[in-house]
Ligand binder design. Structure first.
Ligand SMILES: [Ca+2]
Ligand SMILES: [Ca+2]
Length: 156
């Protein structure tokens, strides 16, 4: 195979591979931390983390916080760098009742990630976060109650 063709195929594979993975809702972006009971009447927020090696375009992506009786949809924009963190604020009017679940959807509406339902009405600087960043075994233990680190790596 000549070199030029090899590079072309490699680029094509990388491109189609990324699209295919995202289309199946398997992008490497996770909900990494969420604050549903902020101190000082602050706003709720959700941090996402890109565990993958490529930037991910977030156009059309959506976070939805479900804390009955309300639901808080947040539209995402921009892109997230590999191993990057981004945090998105909710609205001031969303006052957590202490039992929240957070969902992350990609541009095609596929659920990319979902947190366990977490109870928090402490109104403190503590949040629920994956420890270490991106830990995803699918159990309740993926999230620890820890000091807030909005837009940064999680630390106990
Ligand atoms: Ca808190
Ligand atoms: Ca964090």
């Amino acid at each position: 195979m000549n070199q030029k063709l090899g590079i072309g195929i490699k680029a094509l594979l990388a491109f189609s591979g990324l699209l295919a993975i995202c289309g199946l809702g398997m992008c490497n972006v996770v909900i990494n931390e969420f604050e549903l009971s902020p101190p000082d009447n602050g706003t709720v927020w959700v941090e996402i983390y890109n565990t993958g090696d490529g930037a991910v375009d977030l156009t059309g992506w959506k976070i939805n916080i479900v804390d009955k009786p309300w639901e808080g949809p947040i539209s995402l924009k921009g892109s997230i760098e590999p191993k990057g963190f981004l945090a998105f604020d909710g609205l001031k009017s969303w006052v957590a009742t202490g039992n929240g679940t957070v969902f992350l959807y990609d541009a095609s509406g596929v659920e990319v990630d979902k947190t366990p339902q977490k109870s928090d009405d402490s109104q403190s600087d503590f949040t629920y976060g994956r420890l270490p960043d991106g830990k995803k075994t699918g159990t309740n233990a993926d999230f620890a109650f820890m000091m807030a680190s909005k837009g940064r790596s999680n630390v106990r």
